[in-house]
Structure formats: C-alpha cells, structure tokens
Design a binder for this molecule. Structure first.
Ligand SMILES: NC(=O)c1ccc[n+]([C@@H]2O[C@H](COP(=O)([O-])OP(=O)(O)OC[C@H]3O[C@@H](n4cnc5c(N)ncnc54)[C@H](OP(=O)(O)O)[C@@H]3O)[C@@H](O)[C@H]2O)c1
Length: 238
C-alpha cells in the first residue's frame, strides 16, 4: 500500500453519498484534497467539517464546459500537479424507453461521459508530464452488465469504460494508472429519484463503497488495480 499522505487528490462529486465519505477517509489519511460539487451548501459544509480551505473547493456544473475550465484553473492555481483524480460524480436515470426522453439521454451522456472526457483532457496532461498519476472512475456494474431500463445510464457507463480503456492504451508507456470501480447498488441519494423495486437496506453501505475508493487510492506504485467489482450480496426485491 502506498500512503496518500500529502498527495494532491481531486475528488469530483465530493458532495455525493459515496464522494463525501471518501473525502472524509482520504482527509483522515492525510491527503491534500480539492473537492467539487454542484450544491454550494453541501460543498461548504463538507469543507468546513474536514477543515479544507474554500480555495481547495470548486462549485462545478458538469454540464457546463466553462465550469470545467474554471475547475482546472482553480485546481492548478492551488496545486502544482495532480496525483490522484477520483470521479465520484454521476446521475442515474433509469426508465423504460417509452418514458425515457431525449433530454434524459443527453443529460446522462453529458454528466456521465462527456464531463469525464473533459476531465481527462484537463488533468491527464499534468499526470503525463509528471510521469505518474492515478485516475479512478466508477462505471458501476451497469457499465459491464446490462439491465432493463438502463438504456441511457448503461450507454453512458459502457462509453466511460471504452474511453478509459482506450486512454489506458494511449498512456501505457507512462506511469499513469487507471482504475475502473464497478459498484453494484450502493445506498445513497443516487436512488432517491429512481422508481425501481430494490431494497436499499440490502445495498452496499455508502461508507463501504467509500472505503473501496480509499483503498484504491493507496494501491502500490509497482502495480495497478485495473478493475474492482464490489456488489451487494442481494438487493433485489422478493
Ligand atoms: N449508488 C449506486 O448504487 C451506484 C452504483 C454504481 C455506480 N455508482 C456511481 O458512483 C458515482 C457516485 O454515486 P453516488 O451513489 O454517490 O451518487 P449521488 O449520491 O447521487 O452523488 C452524485 C454526485 O454527482 C454530482 N453531480 C451530479 N450531477 C452533477 C452535475 N450536473 N454537475 C456537477 N455535479 C453533479 C452530485 O453533486 P451534488 O450532490 O452537489 O448535486 C454528487 O456529488 C456515480 O458515478 C454513480 O454512477 C453508483
């Protein structure tokens, strides 16, 4: 295990159910965090709770390209380089095709696929230049296995997997590592707007999903965890 102490870690989606717990764990381990979220109150409360200066936070709307531009400017005005990028942001719109609107599809692709692409454009060059770095994305198991109603979500997450696997090939002569974390259902606000028969009390506890991220941030420099799959034992409604 390699310590995260003093590492410059960008955590995108730090206000989410998984993100904020990962932020707390990484902070406890001494990481130098830069946090993003969309909700101003949630972001500032988290920063205060973890004693992270406001300068090391950014309000980001992942659907707004100028917002991502500002993020990279703010990040590099505070930190000279980036060691770890964790993308814990995303949206889930799970509906059958008859109810799935074009706007749902576009929004899902913008947040779950286009925004990660722009993040890679903004932050990979610094890692490549430094000759090291770690990128963690969370496609979830719906980026590996299809599910009814997940046409938009799975399209975005399969796309994310394809993009990262391709970038991994592009970077294979560098020391930049990529990890794809395939989570099954995690009990978080992600599910609040999803109308599906699932038992949230049988899902992975958000704290445990965050621990997986915390663990992955400390993977040994001599190796890489290319993929991790963490699923609930059983969360299907009976
Ligand atoms: N929960 C699950 O069962 C599960 C399973 C597999 C994979 N995943 C993946 O794990 C990641 C984290 O999920 P979670 O459970 O923590 O979800 P969550 O609690 O809903 O958090 C989602 C995060 O994404 C941010 N976000 C969403 N849309 C945004 C936008 N347009 N601009 C900026 N930020 C935006 C949210 O910001 P605000 O809160 O500030 O709006 C929040 O920080 C996602 O990629 C999700 O697809 C989740």
């Amino acid at each position: 295990m390699e310590s995260v102490k003093g590492k410059k870690v960008l955590l995108v989606g730090a206000t989410g159910g998984i993100g904020r717990r990962a932020a707390a764990l990484l902070r406890q381990s001494g990481a130098d965090l830069f946090l993003t979220g969309r909700k101003a109150n949630a972001l500032s409360e988290l920063a205060t709770e973890l004693s992270i200066p406001a300068l090391q936070t950014a309000l980001v709307d992942l659907q707004d390209p100028s917002s991502l531009e500002c993020l990279s400017t703010s990040f590099f005005s505070v930190f000279p380089q980036i060691d770890v990028l964790v993308n814990a942001s995303g949206i889930g719109i799970i509906k059958p095709l008859e109810q799935l609107e074009e706007d749902d599809f576009r929004r899902t692709l913008e947040v779950n696929l286009t925004a990660p692409f722009v993040l890679m454009k903004k932050f990979l060059p610094s890692m490549k230049q430094a000759g090291k770095g770690l990128v963690i994305h969370i496609p979830g198991v719906l980026g590996k296995v299809p599910m009814a109603g997940a046409a938009a979500y799975s399209a975005s997450k399969y796309g994310l997997v394809g993009m990262i696997q391709s970038l991994r090939e592009e970077c294979k002569r560098t020391q930049v590592r990529f990890t794809l974390l395939y989570l099954g259902g995690v009990d978080s606000p992600f599910w609040d707007g999803i109308d599906l028969r699932v038992q949230r009390d049988k899902m992975i506890v958000a704290e445990e999903a965050a621990k997986a991220i915390w663990f992955l941030c400390q993977q040994p420099a001599s190796g890489v965890v290319s993929e991790m799959v963490l699923q609930p034992f059983n969360h299907q409604a009976i």
